[in-house]
Design a protein around this ligand. Structure first.
Ligand code: C2O
Length: 512
């Protein structure tokens, strides 16, 4: 394994004929041996183009029934596969509760997870061409759960009654839930606000739940989990819902989409990200492992592609792994050093006091520091920008159980107007999926911090003539689903308190 990785890291990734456990390979001491035979490339198709009797959907049902009938101890069983993501079951199988949220491992870990799940389903589907479909919800006509997953007639393993009743009745997710703004984020990782990156924060070692999520993970990923409700709302149950896998197939597809947009979009070359290996089980119930370096090219390394990938999609040609490569200049900035952190200037803040995100639009006024307004102005001066960003941090976020709502964060919404998610008042969504529970810990626990870059908002607001010399942050609860006639649900009701008492301690605005 070492040898392969060294080759990869010195820029010869193309020549690594290294594939994880293909049909004709064998695993020996963690090293995958492969023959050079041409292997079949499986095509992951759009679920919205499939009729109810499409062999992919039929095969998915066949496999789920089979997997649900296997004993929970069988690594290829439905329960075991879901437990790899997360579980409330007791027992300490080292492969359980592995899902990587809130860091740059999010994207890579879930690709690995899907890869072996797909192999297992293929085996049990009795369809040797079977590939995981994807749910592209970001079009005007595909925002409802696909019909076959909502069909409650008879014994349909794709139907899950725990979801929000309105979603199972065809309610649509809102524009904001399925926004693809994440694709505009250029760096993969490592900016002061992880939300300004596509893929999330660089961390020195895997962590089940961390707070440095990237833009893709936050929206649409987290918000779609939240909108579907039921098992999907909690990482410890999410993968039990068959919709989880078509949602993640789409998230994985968006990674390919992002890469194919070019213009400086490159995967990280962080060595920890490339070399850390994660354990899974293959379709034969054999313990296997994968590293980041082994999953970068879905076609050549994992034998699958998306129907929607551009014809000439060639992720290998895009890797910015070569020393001296001009693309290296475009590589993401590393995470901030301690010195840079110390260069932070606080412009405005609230008192340190636990505050609940409650039903009514919660409004919080920040107290400006003396230098605040002037520094803010310099940061948003488009002709003479001082090169610093302005960041809003929500500190000490905690909850007792996974909240059933997300929180829209807005700045200086005029009195008496409804918050508009398409206006420059809107900062971002604070979503809770994949954030560690902090409520039950004993002793010192500071909760999680979320950092949002706001100079763009401030610039646009001041261009509109809106006063930014004082700042009021307002929070609006949402579960990201459009109301459906005949359904009055607590979760879609913006006036009902969220579950789990989500709360924060402090808001600060800083420039650095
Ligand atoms: Cu690990 Cu969509 O979750």
């Amino acid at each position: 394994m070492k040898k392969v990785l060294l080759l990869c890291l010195s820029g010869f990734l193309f020549s690594c004929g290294n594939k994880p456990a293909p049909d004709n390979g064998s695993v020996d001491d963690g090293v995958v041996v492969v023959s050079d035979d041409e292997t079949q490339v499986f095509v992951r198709r759009d679920v919205y183009t499939m009729a109810a009797d499409d062999p992919v959907l039929v095969g998915y049902k066949t496999a789920i029934r089979h997997m649900q009938g296997l004993p929970d101890t069988d690594p290829t069983s439905w329960t075991f596969q879901a437990a790899i993501h997360g579980t409330y079951a007791s027992g300490d199988n080292p492969v359980w509760n592995q899902c990587q949220h809130g860091s740059f491992f999010f994207i890579s870990w879930h690709r690995m997870y899907l890869y072996y799940f797909e192999r297992i389903v293929r085996k049990y589907s009795n369809n040797s061409d079977w590939a995981l479909p994807y749910w592209n919800y970001s079009t005007a006509t595909t925002r409802s759960i696909p019909a076959t997953f909502r069909d409650n007639n008879g014994d349909n393993p794709l139907y899950v009654s725990q979801r929000y009743p309105s979603m199972n009745a065809g309610a649509r997710m809102s524009d904001q839930t399925v926004s693809l703004a994440c694709l505009e984020k250029i760096p993969f990782t490592g900016t002061p606000s992880s939300l300004e990156s596509f893929g999330g924060q660089t961390i020195p070692a895997p962590q089940h739940f961390f707070s440095g999520r990237g833009a893709l993970e936050n929206v649409p990923h987290n918000q779609v989990h939240n909108a579907i409700g039921g098992w999907m709302q909690d990482p410890n149950t999410a993968a039990q819902d068959p919709i989880f896998w078509v949602h993640h197939s789409n998230i994985d597809r968006l990674w390919n989409t992002w890469i194919s947009l070019g213009d400086g979009r490159y995967n990280t070359d962080d060595e920890v990200w490339l070399t850390t290996s994660f354990p899974f089980y293959d379709e034969n119930g054999t313990l296997v492992e994968l590293t980041g370096a082994e999953i970068l090219n879905s076609v050549s390394q994992l034998d699958y592609r998306y129907e929607s990938d551009p014809e000439d999609f060639d992720p290998e040609s895009l890797f910015a792994l070569n020393e001296g490569d001009e693309r290296s200049a475009l590589k993401m900035k590393p995470a901030m050093t301690g010195e840079e952190q110390e260069g932070k200037t606080t412009l405005a803040q609230t008192k340190d006091a636990e505050t609940k995100f409650t039903q009514k639009p919660l409004k919080v006024n920040l107290t400006m520091e003396t230098n605040g307004p002037a520094a803010m102005k310099r940061s948003i001066d488009t002709t003479n920008k001082d090169d610093k960003g302005v960041y809003l941090t929500i500190e000490g976020v905690k909850f007792d159980e996974m909240p059933n709502k997300s929180i829209g964060i807005f700045i200086n919404v005029p009195e008496g107007t409804e918050p508009d998610y398409n206006s420059p008042h809107f900062v971002d969504l604070l979503t809770f999926f994949g954030v560690g529970h902090h409520g039950h810990h004993h002793g010192e626990d500071n909760g999680s911090n979320f950092v949002f870059r706001i100079d763009d908002n401030l610039t646009k607001l001041s261009e509109l003539g809106i006063d930014i010399s004082s700042i009021e942050v307002s929070f609006h609860l949402t579960n990201g689903v459009e109301p459906l006639e005949g359904f009055t649900e607590e979760a879609t009701d913006a006036d009902a308190d969220p579950k789990g008492s989500p709360r924060f301690r402090k808001i600060t605005i800083q420039s650095y």
